[in-house]
Design a binder for this molecule. Structure first.
Ligand SMILES: NC(=O)c1ccc[n+]([C@@H]2O[C@H](COP(=O)([O-])OP(=O)(O)OC[C@H]3O[C@@H](n4cnc5c(N)ncnc54)[C@H](O)[C@@H]3O)[C@@H](O)[C@H]2O)c1
Length: 451
């Protein structure tokens, strides 16, 4: 079987590599020529555990190819996935321009029957727009229209665990409007379903909705627990105990009940906003999700507010160490990362912020360039300092802020931490440390919703 994937980002590259691993011949297409050129040389543009191996193995085996031209990719393919970005537009809805451009390119390039599967996260009804865009492009050509079917195949992989998620999915959702599309998609995913069959077939609109509803539910759990954590602080309860007590009820379950400094990344924030927007377009309000968004925006500031409670709101002359810039561990993705909100707020208050992240320094540098300490090289002159190691970041710091729970931050050498810092405040934005243990070592501990 031969397939093509338009868009070679997180989703497109991981999907392409994993399909190739199953013996399928895959053409990955991207209009970013530099990215394709690097991929052809074996350079992986993103940090994702296990991805480099699987890409190089399948490229070497001749099953995984990289192209800049949709026509080359689509040639001879039975299925073409659209996996391009759907960034937020200025009103918070999903910008479909890349998806529809890809659809038109497919319509112009296709020569035989195809299933066009939309993998990008798109609002309900987009499959119909994709169909119309392909039909329009075909109509402009001077040839008999080849048959095609549309499938909606939202992706549920998690950055940081993407290869594993794709190879062993909890479920695969496929929305189809024809028996043919169903049969082709069933064949494509069968190799991933060796021990139990977990493909859920729906209609295309329901498949599109499932993706948004699932992300909205996960975001809701996070904001709910962040709200409960805030109340725990006020009434003297410990949210970790509360979480364990709640999560042991199988109707609730223990996952995604961790309070912290808010959700970020390229999916939850934009998908929650896009669903609120879809509701608005249909004269309806999703009031729970509006609250989820507001709580999250507030929560992203929570660590900086705790710092200001201890040090006052003017932070000039203060030095803070920040461990973690990625929106979560095992990724270099800093899109909507709460860590960046924290850094920006401290810098705006005049502080010097010494940052370290195991893999997200380069991506964060681009995002935080306005905060660079260009004004002066003095240790307390304000702005961001990019540090070589987690311990370098602590030099002369009044406080340590843990903002991303990378494994290497979980059990630091506390004696070394104490020796490097000038202050004793630890702000644990991810509730990773044991408060009692940290206090016994002579630090002042501030977690989220814990005593
Ligand atoms: N990143 C995730 O964890 C994740 C998970 C599930 C779903 N999604 C969804 O999947 C979609 C893709 O997300 P991503 O994170 O992979 O995005 P990305 O920005 O990493 O990658 C998108 C790629 O598409 C390319 N592209 C855009 N228009 C193109 C065109 N016309 N032809 C060829 N290439 C084109 C871009 O150059 C880019 O390389 C989004 O809708 C996203 O919401 C993402």
């Amino acid at each position: 079987m031969r397939i093509a994937i338009i868009g070679t980002g997180y989703v497109g590259l991981v999907s392409g590599a994993c399909f190739a691993e199953m013996g399928i011949e895959v053409a990955c297409v991207d209009n970013d020529a530099a990215k394709i050129e690097r991929l052809r040389r074996g350079v992986i543009p993103i940090y994702e555990p296990g991805l480099e191996d699987i890409v190089s193995r399948n490229a070497a085996a001749g099953r995984l190819h990289f192209h800049t031209s949709v026509a080359e990719g689509v040639d001879g393919a039975q299925v073409v996935f659209i996996a391009v970005g759907t960034p937020p537009d200025e009103d918070g809805g999903a910008d479909l321009s890349h998806v529809l451009a890809a659809a038109r390119q497919i319509g112009r390039a296709m020569t035989g029957p195809l299933v066009v599967a939309v993998k990008s996260t798109v609002p309900v009804g987009t499959s119909d727009k994709v169909r119309a865009a392909i039909e329009e492009a075909i109509a402009e050509r001077d040839m008999e229209a080849p048959d095609f079917d549309i499938a909606s195949n939202p992706e549920f992989l998690k950055e940081g665990n993407a290869v594993e998620d794709f190879m062993r999915p909890d479920r695969v959702v496929v929305g189809v409007d024809s028996e043919h599309a169903r049969a082709v998609m069933d064949r494509l995913y069968k190799p991933f379903m060796v021990n139990s069959y977990r493909v859920i077939f729906t209609d295309t609109r329901s498949a599109e909705m499932i993706k948004y509803a699932a992300n909205a539910m996960l975001a809701t759990r996070i904001s709910f627990m962040n709200d409960i954590a805030g109340l725990c602080e006020l009434v003297g309860a410990d949210v970790n105990m509360v979480r364990r007590g709640m999560g042991s009820d199988p109707r609730i379950g223990s996952k995604f009940l961790y309070p912290g400094i808010g959700y970020g990344g390229s999916c939850f924030p934009k998908d929650v906003r896009a669903l609120i927007r879809t509701a608005g377009e249909n004269d309806c309000r999703l009031e729970i999700l509006e609250a989820v968004e507001n709580i999250n925006a507030r929560q992203k500031e929570v660590l900086a507010r705790k710092v200001e409670r201890i040090f006052g709101s003017g932070l000039s002359g203060r030095v803070f160490a920040v461990w973690g810039l990625a929106f979560k561990p095992e990724t270099d993705d800093v899109r909507e990362s709460p860590a960046l909100v924290t850094v920006r707020r401290l810098v705006a208050a005049g502080a010097t912020v010494r940052v370290y992240d195991p893999v997200a320094m380069a991506t964060a540098r681009v995002e935080l360039k306005e905060t660079d300490a260009s004004g002066g090289s003095g240790i307390r002159s304000g702005g961001v300092r990019w540090c070589e190691t987690m311990y370098d970041a602590l030099e002369g710091a009044d406080a340590l802020l843990l903002t991303t729970e990378w494994k290497q931050f979980r059990m630091p050498d506390w004696e070394r931490v104490a020796a490097a810092m000038r202050g004793r405040e630890i702000f644990d934005g991810r509730n990773v440390y044991d408060a009692t243990e940290i206090r016994a070592k002579g630090f002042n501990y501030h977690g989220i919703g814990v005593k």
